[in-house]
Every structure is written in C-alpha cells, then in structure tokens.
Ligand binder design. Structure first.
Ligand SMILES: CCCCCCCCCCCCCCCC(=O)SCCNC(=O)CCNC(=O)[C@H](O)C(C)(C)COP(=O)(O)OP(=O)(O)OC[C@H]1O[C@@H](n2cnc3c(N)ncnc32)[C@H](O)[C@@H]1OP(=O)(O)O
Length: 219
C-alpha cells in the first residue's frame, strides 16, 4: 500500500527553466505510457503488476504545486507557456501536445493525435477536434491582442480526421465588435493542407475588467 502524498512543497529555489525541462520530460514519458496503455496486448498478470507499479510512482509525486485557479510559477498567463494545458502543455499527459506558431494574420498549430484520442476506429474523436480548434482560436484572439474566452463554438465535421497522422490546425480572427471576436478555424492533414477535414466558427468575449479579476484572481 502506497503512502498518500504529503504536503511537502516543491523546492522554491529551483530555476523555472529547469522545472519546465523536468516537467516536459515527465509529460513526454506519461504520454508514451498512455499510448502504450491503450495499444498493449500484454497479459492480465502484467497489467495488474503495472497498476501496482504505477500506483507506487504516483505516490512519489508528493506535495501540491498549486491550488485551484492558482497559476503555476512555471507558466506565463495569459498567452504564454502553460505547462499543464490539456492541449499545448508539454507537462500534460492529456495534451497531444499542440505546437503553436504565428501564421500570417492568424495562428497555426501542429500535432499528431494517437489511439488514445480515437473516436471511430482509426479516426479522431470529434471532441478532440473541438478542443484543438477551441484552443487555437483562443490563441488567435490572443495574437490579435484581445485575450478572450469562448462563448460559442460551432463545428462542422466534413471528413474524419485520421489518428497517427501529422495534422495542421489553423485559426484567425475575422472580425471584432467591442469585446467580441469572431474567429474561424480548420483542421487538415499536413500532407493535404488545402482540404479542410473539420471547420469551426466561434465567438470569443474578453471579460470586462471586473469580471476578469473575479475569474482570474491570481493575475
Ligand atoms: C485576462 C483575461 C484573459 C482570459 C483569456 C486567456 C486566453 C489565453 C489563451 C489560451 C487559449 C485557451 C482557449 C480556450 C478557450 C476556453 O476554453 S475558454 C473556457 C470556455 N468558456 C467559458 O467558460 C466562458 C464562460 N462565459 C463567461 O464566463 C462570460 O460569458 C464571459 C466570457 C466572462 C463574458 O462575460 P461578460 O464580461 O459579463 O460579458 P457579457 O456582458 O455577458 O457579454 C459581452 C458581449 O458578448 C455577447 N455574448 C455573450 N455570450 C454570447 C454568445 N454565446 N454568442 C454571441 N454573443 C455572446 C453579449 O451579448 C455581449 O454583447 P453586447 O450585448 O455587448 O453586444
């Protein structure tokens, strides 16, 4: 039986870059483990042994890095590094992770989704496509200097998105009206970027200053 995590904090003297490197290395190994977990044909006995060993490893992640709504010291919010983002976070076992860069008047993201992100056999779960687009459209707002939150998101699934295939996600702000931004996005394969598999239209709203302070008290 593994002891429960203690409340010992991570050492505060560590350099953020060193922490980010370590967090990213652990994130990479965990993503590899997730992929192996959903594709393995290992016998039951090995699965039971692995469950015990993973429980032991989890017990070593002692301390508590942050409370709810607290921004980790290794992050830059808004618009910068988010180590534990479920979409871009190098430290997240859930993230593909999506790599984002400016692209003309918008932003582009690159990633490959695995079997862990599967919906129909061989193809990406529609919720994953929505998550990629929602995130990247948020980045497009930030790139257009209006950090904002999604208030509506419309998806059109035109063709299934293959797993284990390099993908290209694109987003740009098409117009603004006061605190509202109208944003479009698409997903295609890297091999055939001119054929959109999924497209999205969204409205994002920048919270007013009072609302932003209430929502994000740590900023
Ligand atoms: C410092 C802050 C930075 C924060 C940003 C950081 C981003 C760093 C990049 C990371 C990228 C991550 C990208 C992931 C994106 C998410 O996942 S965000 C999470 C999902 N979204 C949410 O949880 C949002 C929930 N909604 C809310 O909390 C509130 O609606 C908001 C967004 C705070 C706005 O509230 P508010 O400031 O009180 O604004 P409100 O007066 O209600 O509406 C403003 C205008 O928008 C319109 N509107 C509201 N809803 C809608 C709608 N559904 N459709 C059309 N128009 C609407 C209103 O009609 C109003 O228009 P006018 O009447 O003025 O013409």
């Amino acid at each position: 039986m593994t002891a429960p995590p203690t409340e010992t904090p991570f050492p505060e003297t560590e350099e953020p870059d060193d922490q980010r490197t370590a967090i990213a290395a652990l994130g990479h190994e965990l993503r590899t483990l997730v992929d192996a977990t959903v594709t393995t044909a290992a016998p039951t006995e090995i699965l039971h042994r692995m469950a015990d060993e993973v429980r032991g490893l989890t017990g070593q992640l002692t301390g508590r890095r942050r409370r709810r709504a607290e921004i980790p010291a290794v992050d830059e919010f808004p618009g910068g590094v988010r180590m534990y983002s479920p979409v871009t976070g190098l430290g997240s076992p859930l993230a593909p992770p999506l790599r984002v860069a400016p692209d003309g008047d918008g932003v582009v993201g690159h990633c490959t989704l695995g079997i862990a992100h599967e919906g129909p056999p061989g193809y990406v779960h529609g919720g994953m496509s929505a998550m990629l687009l929602d995130e990247l459209m948020g980045w497009a707002c930030y790139a257009a200097k209006s950090p904002a939150m999604t208030v509506s998101l419309g998806m059109r699934y035109r063709r299934p998105v293959p797993v284990e295939t390099p993908l290209r996600v694109h987003a740009r702000v098409t117009g603004t009206e006061d605190r509202k931004a109208f944003v479009t996005g698409s997903i295609s394969t890297e091999e055939t970027p001119s054929v959109p598999l999924v497209t999205a239209d969204a409205v994002f709203v920048s919270p007013g200053p009072g609302r932003a302070r209430a929502l994000f008290p740590s900023t």
